[in-house]
Structure formats: structure tokens, C-alpha cells
Design a protein. Structure first.
Ligand SMILES: [Zn+2]
Length: 151
């Protein structure tokens, strides 16, 4: 399961009741994305909640693909966001705190940790391949990305 399947809406029940509809707990579930994408009923939310929901929409659902929000961009962008937080030196617990502050979503820090571990392994594999190819520049770039993650 991808990390984005394990990102949950904080205060999910409260949000559902403000919206007067039942949205799934998973932030990247189809029905949640639909609700966010269409922006239906968002005016019923309190200000603090609405700001975060709108930030989430702007930051992750803003692509112009025909099948938005089902194009995979939201998930990809969210993973990039997690990797950027890691590159800033944040650990899994801090990353969860920041995503809650930013977007009112949360994850279990263990899930974030395994996502980061996998990302490092993927980069290691890419690093090995680049070395085989003799692509020095690519190799350095990957090694830098990996060092950022491990820091
Ligand atoms: Zn897209």
C-alpha cells in the first residue's frame, strides 16, 4: 500500500458533520478527493478548517490533467512534500506534526518511517544502476538526494 493510502483526515468526524456528508477517513480516497476537487459545501466549514482544506487543494490538486483528481499527481505531489520535509531534516514524528499543521491530515509515524526507508532504498538501487551505466553526473545527483533523506 502506498503511503498516500495511509494519510488520514484529522478530526474526520467533525469535518463530516460540518459538511453534512460522510467523507471517507482516507485523505486520498476517491470520494474525499472528489469533495475537495468540486469544493462542494466547503463554505460550511469553519475558517481554520477551510483554509487548510483549500491549501491542500491548491498544493496537491491543482494539475490540469483531464482525469484530475485521479491522474496520480495528487499522490505524487504529496510524496514529494514528504521527501522535502525529510530533506529539511525532519524525522517521522515531526513530519506528521507538520502535515497536520499544514493540511489537517495525519499518518502514523511508523508508516512515514517505512515510506522514507523505501525511498532511500529506491534511490540506492538507482544509484547502483547509474554506476553501472557510468553516468557519473546522475550518480552524484542521486547520492545527494539520498544523503538529504538520511540526514
Ligand atoms: Zn494530474
Amino acid at each position: 500500500m502506498a503511503i498516500t493510502d495511509k494519510i488520514y483526515v484529522k478530526n474526520h468526524r467533525q469535518l463530516s458533520s460540518q459538511l453534512e456528508t460522510n467523507i471517507p477517513k482516507g485523505a486520498f480516497k476517491g470520494a474525499t478527493l472528489d469533495m475537495l476537487f468540486q469544493g462542494e459545501g466547503l463554505e460550511k466549514l469553519d475558517d481554520a478548517t477551510r483554509d487548510r482544506v483549500l491549501d491542500f487543494t491548491q498544493d496537491f490538486l491543482d494539475c490540469s490533467c483531464d482525469n484530475n483528481p485521479y491522474c496520480g499527481c495528487p499522490e505524487r505531489k504529496f510524496m514529494t512534500y514528504l521527501l522535502e520535509l525529510r530533506a529539511e531534516g525532519l524525522g517521522p514524528d515531526a513530519i506528521v506534526d507538520v502535515m497536520t499543521d499544514d493540511y489537517m491530515v495525519y499518518a502514523y509515524s511508523g508508516d512515514v518511517l517505512s515510506f522514507l526507508d523505501n525511498a532511500v532504498r529506491t534511490l540506492e538501487a538507482a544509484e547502483g544502476l547509474a554506476r553501472v551505466d557510468g553516468a557519473e553526473e546522475k550518480h552524484d545527483e542521486i547520492r545527494r538526494a539520498k544523503r538529504n533523506l538520511e540526514r
